[in-house]
Write a protein of this length. Structure first.
Length: 89
């Protein structure tokens, strides 16, 4: 039997976590701070957004990217974080 889309959502969350960790590691290296490789990421436990709110944020993100307000790396990272929050019923 098919397992549904849970593996896709999990993969998206893992990709978002890795992107966030890489950005954090780069930021620390640029700032001259030491970086520990086995750093644990704390999952966001803030209020959960509805899928409609997330899609509005994605649309706003696309607008900001199209207007040149952000670079491709930031756009991809934020988009991955938002897409990882979408719940599939």
């Amino acid at each position: 039997m098919a397992t549904g889309r849970s593996s896709f959502a999990k993969r998206q969350r893992d990709m978002a976590k890795k992107a966030k960790a890489a950005a954090k590691r780069e930021k620390k290296l640029d700032g001259g701070m030491e970086v520990e490789e086995d750093e644990e990421l704390v999952e966001d436990t803030g209020p959960k957004l509805s899928n409609d709110e997330i899609m509005e944020k994605v649309a706003d993100l696309h607008r900001r990217y199209d207007d040149g307000q952000m670079d491709l790396d930031s756009f991809d990272e934020e988009r991955a974080n938002l897409m990882a929050q979408i719940s599939v019923d």
